[in-house]
Design a binder for this molecule. Structure first.
Ligand SMILES: Cc1cc2nc3c(=O)[nH]c(=O)nc-3n(C[C@H](O)[C@H](O)[C@H](O)COP(=O)(O)OP(=O)(O)OC[C@H]3O[C@@H](n4cnc5c(N)ncnc54)[C@H](O)[C@@H]3O)c2cc1C
Length: 295
């Protein structure tokens, strides 16, 4: 983690690491420049290094979780779209494009599409398109291949839906020709989740280069090898929502995103499973009340 001195993001990270006894080091600008030469470090930059951190392959993680659910008896209906639902004394009825189901409980965890199945709460969530880029490696491939994953806080204010004013990246895991993945967070305008995955426009790629890559990662070239888009489902204050539907006790709303929910998916899955089967979870879920996301 890199940030200007006094960064709130860095201060909170250090505080959490200390509170939860996560092994870490505070690294000065001079030491950052020596140990991680792929970064252009300014005299005002401070660092936090966590040797035990790393990255997850989300596709493999989702596959593993689905397989485990299947082994525990879950019936998976993949590629089937839930179109409407209704809750009543006899349970919850869900109609899809392939059939209908009745159950005691319904968990709505539809990601950016949550507003389609919970229209009365649509204003609690804002969907923002995010872009990921793979920039060409002009020099230092061996060092970039071994570098840490990183988050660089550029120091702008994080409030409302804004989670971080900065960018992040990964070591070069796709070989010398595969480039290095770098991405930022964008909250300029909301979008609707339609499944399209438009790559960056030349203007977007140029803006990303001049704001994040060029000034901070001098070993990378200006024209991305490729880019893809993805969707954040944001709430105010970047909070997760894990709560009962305001009108239906038997319906749970689970929207854990704001750009940082994936790593928590197993723990959230466990807590929600307890809530559905035992009526309560070992985890205190009160911080994730829907009420907290009110405009
Ligand atoms: C660019 C980017 C980078 C990110 N980086 C990180 C990171 O480094 N670490 C981290 O922890 N998190 C990260 N996240 C956030 C993470 O991806 C999300 O928090 C997480 O995927 C949210 O999980 P979810 O299950 O709520 O939603 P999703 O993963 O979006 O799943 C929702 C599912 O519901 C399905 N669905 C929707 N509507 C219907 C319907 N009507 N019928 C049937 N199915 C439906 C969708 O097809 C989808 O499969 C990132 C997100 C993006 C976009």
């Amino acid at each position: 983690m890199l940030a200007p001195a006094g960064s709130e993001f860095l201060t909170r990270t250090r505080a959490s690491a200390t509170q939860y006894r996560v092994p870490h080091e505070d690294v000065s600008a001079a030491e950052l420049a020596e140990r991680f030469p792929m970064f252009a470090i300014g005299a005002d930059t401070e660092g936090y290094y966590e040797p035990g951190a790393g990255y997850v392959r989300p596709e493999a993680a989702v596959r593993a979780q689905l397989e485990l659910a299947r082994r525990h008896g879950a019936r998976l209906r993949l590629g089937e779209t839930a179109e409407r639902w209704a809750a009543g004394p006899a349970g919850v009825r869900v109609e899809t494009d392939a059939g209908a189901y009745v159950a005691d409980r319904l968990v709505l965890c539809a990601g950016p599409w949550i507003g389609d199945l919970f229209p009365e709460g649509r204003d609690r969530f804002a969907v923002h398109r995010q872009l990921m880029y793979w920039f060409p490696i002009r020099e230092g491939y061996e060092r970039v291949r071994e570098m840490p994953v990183f988050v660089w806080d550029l120091g702008g204010k994080a409030d409302g839906f804004v989670h971080l004013d900065g960018f992040y990246g990964f070591p070069a895991v796709d070989g010398p020709g595969g480039g290095m993945k770098v991405a930022t967070e964008s909250y300029e305008r909301t979008t609707t989740p339609d499944g399209r995955r438009d790559p960056a426009t030349p203007e977007e790629a140029e803006a990303m280069y001049w704001r994040c890559v060029g000034p901070h990662l001098p070993w990378l070239g200006p024209n991305p090898i490729r880019s893809v888009s993805c969707l954040y489902t944001n709430t105010r204050g970047s909070r997760f929502v894990i709560d009962r539907h305001p009108d239906h006790e038997s319906v749970l709303l689970v929207s854990a995103c704001s750009g940082h929910g994936f790593k928590h998916s197993a723990a959230i899955g466990e807590a929600v499973a307890q809530l559905v089967t035992a009526g309560e979870s070992d985890l205190d879920l009160s911080p994730f009340a829907l009420e907290a996301t009110r405009p």
